[in-house]
Design a protein around this ligand. Structure first.
Ligand code: 5GP
Ligand code: ZN
Length: 113
């Protein structure tokens, strides 16, 4: 398995774990872009959002609920936070195992860069 995030799930590569259950894993981004920058990933390998199929809907919904839980735990839920999933090259996707970025702790700008 050559996927970086699959290796993080398998604990072959260390990461600062924030949350883990049977289907979802969350850990701190190695190059944080905000005071809170956490990646929420499915344990199932999906390369891009384009691979999400009907059977994956509960899993994807669960990723959002995990993001909500982390935002509350980090006390940023009321202030606000941003969830981002990049898809393919022009979006800036660099790791091809889908991940929700949870960004918070500072004012976000719009439109994004
Ligand atoms: P993308 O650009 O694909 O949307 O986001 C990939 C994210 O993964 C980036 O924010 C990057 O900093 C993060 N990242 C890349 N390699 C590692 C790693 O080895 N460990 C951790 N914790 N984050 C990583
Ligand atoms: Zn993977």
């Amino acid at each position: 398995m050559s996927c970086l995030f699959c290796k993080i799930i398998a604990k072959e590569i260390p990461a600062k774990t924030v949350y883990e259950d049977e289907t979802v894993f969350a850990f701190e981004d190695i190059h944080p872009q905000a005071p809170v920058h956490i990646l929420i990933i499915p344990k199932k390998h999906l390369s891009t959002a384009l691979e999400i199929e009907n059977d994956d809907h509960p899993l994807i919904g669960h990723m959002f609920q995990v993001a909500n839980r982390i935002a509350r735990d980090k006390k940023v839920a009321d202030r606000g936070f941003r969830l981002v999933m990049n898809c393919n090259r022009e979006s800036g996707q660099t790791v091809f195992h889908i991940h929700l970025h949870l960004l918070a702790g500072r004012t976000m700008h719009w439109p994004p860069g």
